[in-house]
Design a protein around this ligand. Sequence first.
Ligand SMILES: *Cc1c(COP(=O)(O)O)cnc(C)c1O
Length: 415
Amino acid sequence: MPYCLNDIKNNFNEEKIKDLIKQYQPPFWVYDANIIYKKIKLLQEFDVIRFAQKSCSNIHILRLMKNKNVKVDAVSLGEIQRALLSGFKHNTNDIVFTADILDDKTLSQVVNFNIPVNAGSLDMLEQLGKASSGHNVWLRINPGFGYGHSKKTNTGGENSKHGIWDPLLAIPIIKKYQLKLIGLHMHIGSGVNYIHLKKVCKSMIENVIKLNQKISSISAGGGLPIPYKFNEKPINIKKYFILWDLARKEISKFLGKKIELEIEPGRFLVAESGILISQVWSVKKMGNKNFVLVDVGFNDLMRPAMYGSYHHISVISGDNRNIDEKKTIKTVIAGPLCESGDIFTQKEGGTIQTRLLPIIKKGDYLIFHDTGAYGASMSSNYNTRPLIPEILLKNDNVMLIRRRQKIEEILSLEI
Ligand SMILES: *Cc1c(COP(=O)(O)O)cnc(C)c1O
């Protein structure tokens, strides 16, 4: 949920942000550890909280998760290395590797470190079995339907590349290589609709019955939404838990054993903990449209350009004038990239929108809210723009947890 910057009780308030701006040259990302802790607490009823690190993979964020007993999901070799570096242990279930393919390098890492694999294809299951008989595996199931905040985040159904369509076909492979089947996993997409969720839970139960294997866990995947707008309601975690808990109990009864319930959120844990601070370098009229240009682009914050995502934007004046929140004009917010789609106020599909914002001047700062998830972790070097710093607030401590990348570091790959 966006925070009102005028409220001194919020850790993200105008004064604090102005201090940070003085100390660190914008643009940069800021996270507040306390917000992450609060979100972790909300999920305490689940047996295992497994952080989908792709949403925010900085090792300092991972360490903070580890300290709160949160486990981690890795979806690449790089993410496995991040997890190990952050203190998650190999030879345990601290890290689960989720993917639909296994290349040679990743396979050998997963085998050497004995990291459980959540298999999204029969091919990778076969490969793993050949290389590491007895390995711990999960099956990621595509239940044949999906859901998501955008077509691009729908992770089930015939149009999704994720998961195994007919998990019955996995059983002979598991038997052949004596793989140890730990659990079944369904990650159906970002967003929650409780009717849809019931369908997912029902499908999980049906799959367990159909496969009839002595698993010990089920995973509800991620996809828990957060309110990106002031008027949106947060998800009812109680209700979410109850539905999955009922499924777990039914599965437990059917198999005659205790079943652990895992949840695997990314966005839910970190989105609200982060903001992006940018500066305005140009205000210009294009016919009747008012454009405000900032020093971050979709190479930094990709979500608006990729999905048409909404991020609340607030203004902090650069010249100490009072911002009149009531006097607003229709504004387009754009970045510096040499690419016309570099617009933060757009709908899915790329239609440019205006946002009612106070009068903005060159030199002001724009704050993009709720950018802790799929913000820094989705950034790229497009237009040869270096990655920007990440800063972590932990009570009264301010830590630079990623320094600004140097242009020479980008170029050095090619020299
Ligand atoms: C991305 C992903 C998640 C997290 O999704 P959120 O919408 O951020 O909660 C969980 N599990 C897997 C396997 C994922 O790929």
